[in-house]
Structure formats: C-alpha cells, structure tokens
Design a protein around this ligand. Structure first.
Ligand code: PLP
Length: 393
C-alpha cells in the first residue's frame, strides 16, 4: 500500500529545503543552486537500487510508458501484445503512439499467460509487454523465450511493482527500458511521478531529450541556449518530487520487509484452509506483498466469500469488477478501436467475449490490500475475515 502511509518529518524537511532554496526546476539556474540537483540524486538512487546504468525521472508512470515507447520508435499501426488485466494507462500509452494493444490471456498469477502469446504474433507485432500486477512478477523466463523465438523485444509494464524481483533481478530491468509509477497509490510515491530505467545510453539520451521538448541538457550554458534534438513534450519531474523521492527510496527496503512480514502474519493466522487457493507466483520470493489474492472455485463462491468477509469486518474486492484495471470494462478503448478501424487500421474489437479466459479467473479472484503501517490487530481481523469468507464460499 502507498508510500504516503509512512511520510514523516524527513519528507517534510526535504520539501522545505527545496522551497527554502527556491530551486524547484530540475534543470536551469546552474550557477546559483550550489550543485544541488534533487531529481538527479533520486534518479541515481533508483538506478543503484535496481542495478541499471541510467534512470530518467518523468511526471507519471503513464509518461514513462509513453516516453519509452516513443523513444524505441513505436509508430502507428505497430501491435504490442499485453495483458487485459492492467491499469488502462498501459494501453493509453500505446494508443497515444498510434500503436495497437493486443490482449493475451492471464493465468492464475494474474499476469500474462506465456502460452497465450505466440498465436497473437503477426508481421505487425513489434513487442510483448507483460504487466507485473499487484507487485509480483510475470513468468519472465517463459515470456522471454517466446520473445526470443520470434525475435521480438520484451518490454515490461512494471509500474505497479517497483522493488519486486524475478529470480533476483528487478522487474523493469528485463527489457531495453522499464517504467515505474510513483503515483499516490504506489509503495514509493512522490505524489505524482514516474521513472524509466535502462542500460542503453543511446536510448536514454533519446528519452532524456524527448521528455523535455528536445533539450540537449548542458549545465555549462543557459537553458535557453541549449541545442534541440527532435520534437518532445514536457514530462519533467520537479525538484519537490525529486526531494521526496530521495527520502522514499531510502525507505523502500524497510517498507518491503514490513509488507512481507505483515502478509506473512495474515497467512500464518489464516493457516491451512482446505480449498483456499492463493494467486500463483512465478517467483514467490520476489513479490513486494502489497496485496493478498485468493482464487475461489467459481464466481458464486467468490461473491459468498466477499459477503462473509465484509460481515466479519474487512471488505475485499472481486477483480472482474475492477473497471479501471480490466479491459472488459473499457468502452473508451472499443471506441478508439472503432475510429482506428474506420481509418483503415487493423485493430481488434476488444469484445468481452474474447476475454473469457481472463474473466474465468478474475470473476473468482478476491483481493485485500496489505498496509505497511497495519496494526497486528487489523492483520488478525483480516485473517478472521478470510477464514469467514472461506467457510461461506
Ligand atoms: C500497471 C500500471 N501501468 C501504468 C500506470 C500509470 O501510472 P501513473 O498513475 O503514475 O500514470 C499504473 C498506475 O496505477 C499502473 O498500475
């Protein structure tokens, strides 16, 4: 659950310091800022944490996806295979590039089912983008193999999973570039923000210029005199966000440890309940434990589980009803597809009926949020509610 849960005096001091120095722009004012660049510090801290050569801070996770896709040359009509269970931003970033999202199925990990990818690949496919939902990695070995077999770039939407690993490697570092969201719901939050990591210097430079109107940044001259490289937009992060980020990234390991402990407490209190099955994990050791998901035998038992859990004092969501994270609910995408087809583009219909494998899982998946600052008492109440749900299911 969100990093603002554990905001304290350190974030307040960090913001106050930026305000006191009146240096809110991440670039510019080079001769009077005493060499202090908070966004740069934050970028370096994230790059060090995940082990990538470069990190570029941007204004949102959505911006990180868009800038990454643009920089790698994704163009109108290109198809990208992704998951229908994701936040809508994944497909918005693609559509903004004119690219066409194509949905694979998910499996009981709630992430892309690698076995469903190959049949979707055609001459227009430009990349495969699994989404690491709820802080846990997709099956990266299997997805990387499909990409390798078909000569396609493997991308990731790692916006929900900063800090998670797959077999010891940080999510976001498997493809040529990887995005993170730092929005108010994320474990590391700066209010609103995003980060892109990459080992590819050339790509990093393209992204750096593109996220700031094409500025070729040069601290030795005035910003107004900088050279231009390509058209860009403004997706800059401010020093206020950078300063919060520097503090938050230091808190990340402790926050992840606490989340894992809190989740373990709930699981231990629930104990072994026959028939109660959790979401599967391609790498259980790498998840950051932001959520706890159970997969019930069918949709009706999920509803009974949900009602009994609420009755016992803790509500849980059934994932098929999640309108912002499940493509079945996206009339706006269907409308976009209709317009694109009218312009001669090859775009799927995104019909709910074509998502029946995903629906078959999400309609019986119930989710609880795990808090960093959750009390032992609240974790015990959650465990009791889960047991009540299991009995009723
Ligand atoms: C999977 C996924 N992708 C992209 C985003 C977009 O991030 P932001 O809200 O920072 O734009 C989110 C945000 O929740 C997300 O969950």
């Amino acid at each position: 659950m969100p990093g603002f849960e554990f905001f304290d005096q350190r974030e307040i001091d960090a913001v106050a310091d930026v305000i006191n120095r009146k240096m809110v722009h991440r670039y510019s004012f080079n001769d009077c800022r005493d060499g202090i660049y908070k966004v740069e510090e934050f970028e370096k801290a994230v790059a060090d944490m995940v082990g990538s050569r470069f990190a570029l801070a941007v204004s949102s996770g959505t911006a990180s996806l868009y800038v990454g896709l643009k920089a790698m040359g994704i163009k109108p009509g290109d198809q990208i295979i992704t998951s229908p269970f994701t936040f809508i931003a994944t497909v918005e970033a693609m559509a903004e590039c004119g690219a066409v999202p194509v949905f694979a199925d998910i499996d009981e990990s709630l992430n892309m089912d690698p076995a469903s990818v190959a049949s979707l690949i055609n001459e227009k496919t430009r990349a495969v983008m699994p989404v690491h939902m709820f802080g846990a990695a997709a099956d990266m070995d299997a997805i990387a193999k499909v990409c390798h077999d078909y000569g396609l770039p493997l991308l990731e939407d790692s916006c929900q999973a900063m800090g998670a690993t797959y077999k010891g490697k940080y999510v976001g570092t498997f493809g040529k570039w990887g995005p993170y969201s730092l929005d108010p719901y994320k474990l590391l939050t700066v209010g609103e923000g995003g980060m892109i990591v990459t080992d590819d210097e050339e790509l990093y430079r393209v992204m750096e210029y593109a996220h700031d109107h094409g500025h070729v940044h040069d601290k030795s001259i005035d910003r107004g005199a900088e050279r231009k490289s390509g058209l860009g937009m403004n997706f800059r992060m401010s020093e206020i966000q950078g300063a919060i980020g520097v503090v938050q990234v230091e808190k990340m390991p402790g926050a992840i440890k606490t989340l894992r402990e809190n989740k373990a407490k709930v699981l231990e209190a629930v104990g072994s309940v026959p028939g109660l099955v959790r979401r599967s994990f391609p790498d259980p050791d790498g998840e950051i434990a932001t959520q706890l998901v159970y997969i019930l035998p069918d949709g009706e038992s999920a509803k009974r589980f949900q009602a009994a859990s609420a009755e016992a004092g803790v509500g849980c969501g059934i994932l098929s009803g999640n309108s912002w994270h499940y493509a079945k609910h996206w009339d706006s995408l269907r409308e976009w597809g209709r317009c694109a087809r009218a312009h001669g583009m090859d775009v799927p219909f995104y019909r709910p009926v074509d998502m029946e494998v995903t629906e078959g899982i999400l309609c019986r998946a119930v989710v609880y949020g795990i808090g960093v600052t959750a009390s032992d008492e609240s974790l015990e109440t959650m465990a009791k509610a889960i047991k009540a749900g299991a009995v009723a299911a």
